[in-house]
Ligand binder design. Structure first.
Ligand code: C5P
Length: 318
């Protein structure tokens, strides 16, 4: 699946009829559908406290970005749900969020034909980019349509929250504020729509471990929303309003993250932020040229992979 940035903005989490494909020598056609599952970044993240259910109460401004996974679904013979994935390290059984999403929808759909889902992974795992959650959200939406289940977006979000706290945010287009354990989602307008340089370290970080390392320190309610102020329309102003209460915890769990961030900031003079529980770092820039220039400096000076992406803005989603 080859798509441009513009296509991603338009197609993020929408379903498109897929092309005829060749799989294991056999032609699959006709009933094939595809979806794009974009990654996310937490621009701000407040941890407001520990909840009685063991999760943490959050307030976070989240944007979707033009780094995406691709999903293809088509009918097949054999077991009810089969998954193949371009990344052999990712399990394709009930541990996979896509499998869980398909299984939940199948229960609602009666006895649909056995389904094959191909997952084209580009979003790194355990990177704070929400890849597994976005894949699940895209599959819920795709199968709701394919099997004519007729669930509303709100019902899909409810179902999604059973799979993971971040799934519902991918079922609302554009920038959002999330609350509760992540399942409360409010669409918002982000005054800035620029470019981002993502730094993708060669290590992932386990989310649950980072939350366990949280020491009770966090921002007050409302602080996370300050980046939505109209004054934050430039990268410089926005960057001043960004913070992440999980960053120190992630640095304690994985000291290489702290060292990498220090190295990046010392070498480039740009500020880098952690998304979610890590391990991805990002810098905000106003122009594509400036983002490309920064991107070119990162591998030679810091020895890590990086990539330029765009925020999927409200207007892109209309
Ligand atoms: O909901 P999800 O399965 O994505 O969360 C992974 C882990 O992160 C949870 O098991 C929990 O330990 C932690 N978590 C949390 N508070 C949240 C979200 C996640 O403590 N709001």
């Amino acid at each position: 699946m080859v798509v441009s940035n513009v296509d991603i903005c338009r197609a993020a989490n929408r379903i498109v009829p897929g092309p005829i494909a060749q799989i294991d020598g056999s032609l699959i056609s006709g009933d094939r559908q595809s979806a794009i599952a974009p990654g996310k970044l937490n621009l701000t993240l407040s941890v407001l406290g520990k909840r009685p259910d063991g999760y943490h109460e959050l307030e976070s401004v989240v944007v979707k970005i033009t780094l995406y996974d691709g999903i293809d679904a088509f009918d097949c013979g054999g077991p009810p749900i089969q998954i193949t994935c371009t990344d052999p390290a990712i399990p394709t059984d009930a541990r996979n969020t896509v499998w869980r999403a398909a299984s939940l929808l199948r229960r609602q759909a009666g006895q649909p034909a056995p389904l094959h889902i191909q997952l084209h992974k580009r979003i790194p795992i355990a990177a704070g980019l929400g890849g597994g959650s976005s894949d699940a959200a895209a599959v819920l939406r795709l199968l709701n349509q394919r099997w004519q289940v007729g669930l509303s977006d709100a019902q899909l979000r409810e179902l999604g929250s059973e799979i993971g706290s971040d799934v519902p945010l991918f079922l609302t287009p554009g920038p959002v504020v999330i609350g509760g354990r992540g399942q409360q989602v409010e669409p918002v307008h982000l005054p800035w729509c620029g470019w981002l340089v993502l730094v993708l370290p060669p290590f992932g970080i386990a989310t649950a471990e980072v939350y366990r390392a949280w020491d009770g320190r966090g921002h007050n309610p409302g602080a996370a929303r300050q980046c939505l102020d109209a004054r934050c329309h430039s990268a410089a102003a926005l960057t001043g309003a960004l913070f992440n209460d999980l960053e120190a915890c992630a640095g304690r769990v994985e000291p290489r993250l702290r060292e990498l961030k220090q190295g990046l900031e010392a070498n480039t003079r740009y500020r880098f932020h952690v998304t979610g529980s890590g391990s991805t770092l990002f810098a905000c820039l106003d122009s594509h040229d400036e983002a490309e220039q920064l991107n070119r400096r990162i591998a030679p000076t810091c020895g890590v992979t990086s990539q330029v992406v765009r925020v999927i803005s409200n207007t892109d989603c209309e």
